[in-house]
Design a protein around this ligand. Structure first.
Ligand code: GRF
Length: 198
């Protein structure tokens, strides 16, 4: 039995692609059921389609408020019997109600060593603070932004002369390893705890 994943994206979808590729392994404990974007033109959608994955567009432009948008998103997730939601470059802040309706079944990847540098511009902030190390964190999503418990982190050095772009590139390589590894841990936990019922 595999956990049914829904991946939420807003942009290029490189972490989404890493998850899709990991899930292609018959031994992996999860399968990607659908990729859902809040932007109709997210480049990741085409990538997913080329990899044979179902895509859905819940375009935020079509909703006047967040609750309408989230209602449509929940409907899409429930309709597809999604059991674990993976935010992968999903750039819309979700309401506490939405986060709470997916407790322990929604995860995110963030490009810093949380709890350091939640929010945006993580690379520039780490460089400006003369940090010697940064990395990425996969964590559970809770109502407070980038604050849920950590599932896994991978670290990279910050080198002399690094720019936000060079640091982002170095971290992204680790993200593509960290996200599948973390999803494996979460999926196995869900399966072993018996909390997935069909
Ligand atoms: C990644 O750096 C991720 O950590 C952050 O947004 C970026 C998304 O990149 N949340 P991609 O769309 O997965 O390529």
């Amino acid at each position: 039995m595999k956990v049914r994943l829904g991946i939420l994206i807003s942009g290029r979808g490189s972490n989404m692609e890493a998850l899709i590729r990991a899930c292609a392994d018959p031994e992996f404990p999860a399968e990607v059921i659908a990729v859902i974007s809040n932007k109709a033109d997210a480049p990741g959608l085409e990538k997913a389609e080329k990899l044979g994955i179902k895509t859905l567009r819940v375009d935020q432009k079509n909703y006047t408020d967040r609750s309408g948008f989230e209602h449509a998103m929940s409907k899409a997730l429930i309709h597809n019997q999604i059991e674990l939601v993976c935010l992968a470059g999903f750039m819309k802040i979700l309401s506490p109600e939405f986060a709470n309706s997916w407790t322990d079944r929604i995860v995110n990847i963030h490009p810093s060593l949380l709890p350091e540098y939640p929010g945006l511009d993580t690379y520039a902030r780490a460089i400006a603070d003369n940090k010697t190390e940064s990395g990425c964190t996969v964590h559970y999503v809770i109502p407070e932004m980038d604050a849920g418990s950590v599932i896994l982190q991978r670290r990279v050095p910050i080198l002399v002369g690094d720019t936000p772009e060079t640091l982002a590139d170095r971290i992204l390589i680790e993200e593509h390893l960290a996200y599948p590894e973390a999803v494996k841990i979460v999926a196995e936990k869900l399966l072993n705890s018996g909390s997935i019922r069909r």
